[in-house]
Design a protein around this ligand. Structure first.
Ligand code: GRF
Length: 223
């Protein structure tokens, strides 16, 4: 089976990267991680990649005078590795419009809220402050605006009495670990069609939870 060549961009812990590494270890998963790129040499996710035998590269943003120059270095590394899909998984740098356009519909991001609610940072603190009963997470194709772009899949997570940022983040993260491999698997098996700014998933989803009962969604991290 041909597997799509995926790069994962990280800046830190890399638990979503780990979920992708684990998914790629399944024989029928339609993707392989060819490269893990980080803007930080101390990102814990780099060790996860090394342990899994995945190539890593550090491109420190501070080495570049402009965002465009940094983006160009990222792009060169991705092109050099023959990458077909780029996943942002806790990558804490904003990417410029030229890069985003170059990778249009081949660039996905995971965000810990139900977009378009709570774009940007500190999503869980803001959800708690707003008093919402539910938050969640979203995987979407990336457009130039922050945390913007056609939504591939999202799942709701309850905010429980007594939650603080840490407990809520942990509950959402467990769901992220299922959502990101699902979205990547669907993209890589050609099941996603983008039309008029919306994503159509090419199989029946009658109920929101059906998105998580289809192949490629691990169950080990079930909340
Ligand atoms: C996740 O919550 C992700 O949604 C956000 O940054 C966090 C990264 O966590 N964009 P990890 O590095 O994957 O553990």
């Amino acid at each position: 089976m041909a597997r799509l060549k995926v790069a994962v961009l990280i800046s830190g812990r890399g638990s979503n990267l780990q979920a992708l590494i684990d998914a790629c270890a399944q024989r029928d998963f339609p993707a392989e991680i060819r490269l893990v790129l980080s803007n930080r040499g101390d990102a814990q996710g780099l060790q996860r990649a090394a342990q899994a035998g995945v190539a890593t590269q550090v491109i420190p943003h501070r080495d570049y005078a402009t965002r465009d120059a940094f983006d160009a270095a990222l792009d060169a590394a991705l092109q050099g590795a023959g990458i077909e899909l780029v996943c942002l998984a806790g990558f804490m740098r904003l990417l410029g419009e030229a890069f985003v356009e170059r990778w249009r519909d081949r660039l996905v991001n995971i965000h810990p809220s139900l977009l378009p609610e709570f774009r940007g940072l500190d999503t869980h603190a803001r959800a708690l402050k707003a008093g919402v009963r539910f938050t969640g997470c979203t995987v979407h194709y990336v457009r130039a605006a922050v945390d913007d772009g056609p939504i591939i899949v999202q799942k709701k997570v309850p905010v429980l009495p007594g939650d603080d940022e840490a407990t809520l983040a942990a509950r959402v993260l467990a769901v992220e670990h299922r959502l990101l491999p699902a979205a990547v698997g669907w993209h890589c098996s050609g099941r996603l069609v983008i039309a008029a700014g919306h994503v159509r998933v090419d199989f029946p989803m009658d109920r929101p939870d059906d998105a998580l009962t289809v192949p490629y969604v691990g169950t080990s991290a079930a909340p």
